[in-house]
Design a protein around this ligand. Structure first.
Ligand code: GDP
Length: 319
């Protein structure tokens, strides 16, 4: 079975690692959000892409959810000692990634090509593709103004109330080479338990992605468990947009194939089992299980369950 997975950072990376450990690498493609990419110190930084690659390489920092393990912070300390900004944490080893990526981009290489080469060096076997080689920065619309994503997310710690999001220029940009081809070639598409608003929607906003998904069984895993996000502002975003955060809200956000939306199947946590019937009523096949990925065993177990559920979903679509 060929799988294409859509992923943001932390939640996406955890499931991607589980999938990579239980599915043949040549049958797995991870398509990663780049709407949160930005420039800092003149360097191109790709937080979600790096989180996914570092996690697949087993080099991630488990306590922060971003950056590399066993980091040192000499460069950033040197910067701040001469008055430079410290709001975005870049460790010394992580800095190496940003330096080399920026150098290659300036020399004319593409982000997708660079990512493929870095993954070779890091022994990451599944194909990891940034959603686009073009810059498609996510803009957060708040009560008072519009914010660059990292300004909202890191500098202002997600404190401003959100009113909506803009995926600036996504209609003018293209999916990276391999994105549409790997969706077309997949037997199933898995929407990882990532933030629907700012990790998955930017991928869906790219020209051609929704129509490529239209012909595929697509299953999503809820990033909301018991009304809360495991990490990050997903639940806060739902409630600030006037929607009660729950797996039902996530399923309604993506929509069921039957109702003109994206999904054929949906995976939600045991603690939310009471919502199962309502989600089935949207026209979705539903798997209720433990979706909290605490360690690597959980990631593999959930990935196996999602793949088996995917097979059931495919059979239903065919019959
Ligand atoms: P970000 O760009 O780093 O915020 O990355 P993502 O969008 O991929 O991840 C954030 C989302 O992942 C949040 O909404 C979390 O609730 C979700 N998430 C993180 N860990 C888990 C987990 O173990 N299980 C589930 N179901 N969701 C998770």
């Amino acid at each position: 079975m060929k799988i294409a997975a859509l992923a943001g950072g932390v939640g996406g990376a955890k499931l991607a690692q589980g999938l990579a450990r239980c599915h043949p690498a040549e049958k797995l493609t991870i398509i990663v959000n780049t709407g949160d990419d930005f420039e800092h110190f003149g360097l191109k930084i790709c937080p979600d892409l790096d989180t996914v690659c570092y996690t697949l390489a087993g080099m991630e920092n488990p306590s922060t959810g971003w950056g590399l393990r066993d980091e040192t912070w000499n460069a950033l300390q040197a910067v701040t000692s001469i008055g430079g900004p410290d709001w975005f944490g870049i460790g010394d080893k992580d800095l190496g990634t940003h330096l080399e990526r920026t150098r290659r981009l300036r020399a004319g290489e593409t982000l997708s090509g660079i990512t493929r080469e870095f993954c070779n060096f890091w022994s990451v076997e599944p194909l990891v593709i940034p959603m686009s080689d073009d810059a498609v920065p996510t803009v957060v619309i708040t009560e008072s103004n519009e914010l660059d994503f990292q300004d909202y997310f890191v500098r202002q710690k997600c404190e401003p109330q959100v009113k909506g999001f803009k995926f600036s220029g996504s209609h003018r940009s293209k999916p990276a080479p391999g994105v549409l081809e790997n969706i077309d070639g997949a037997d199933i598409v898995i929407v990882c338990p990532s933030n629907p608003w700012v990790s998955i929607d930017p991928i869906l906003a790219l020209p051609g992605v929704r129509s490529a998904l239209g012909g595929k069984p697509v299953i999503a895993i809820s990033p909301i468990i018991g009304g809360k996000a495991v990490k990050g502002p997903a639940a806060k975003m739902f409630s600030e947009l006037g929607i009660k955060a729950s797996p039902l809200a996530v399923a309604e956000h993506y929509g069921s194939r039957q109702g003109g939306g994206l999904l054929s199947g949906f995976v939600m946590d045991d603690v939310d089992a009471a919502l199962k019937a309502k989600i089935e009523n949207l026209g979705l096949l539903v798997l209720v299980t433990d979706t909290l990925m605490r360690g690597s065993e959980d990631r593999i177990r959930l990935a196996r369950q999602v793949i088996a559920f995917g097979e059931t979903t495919i059979r239903r679509e065919v019959s």
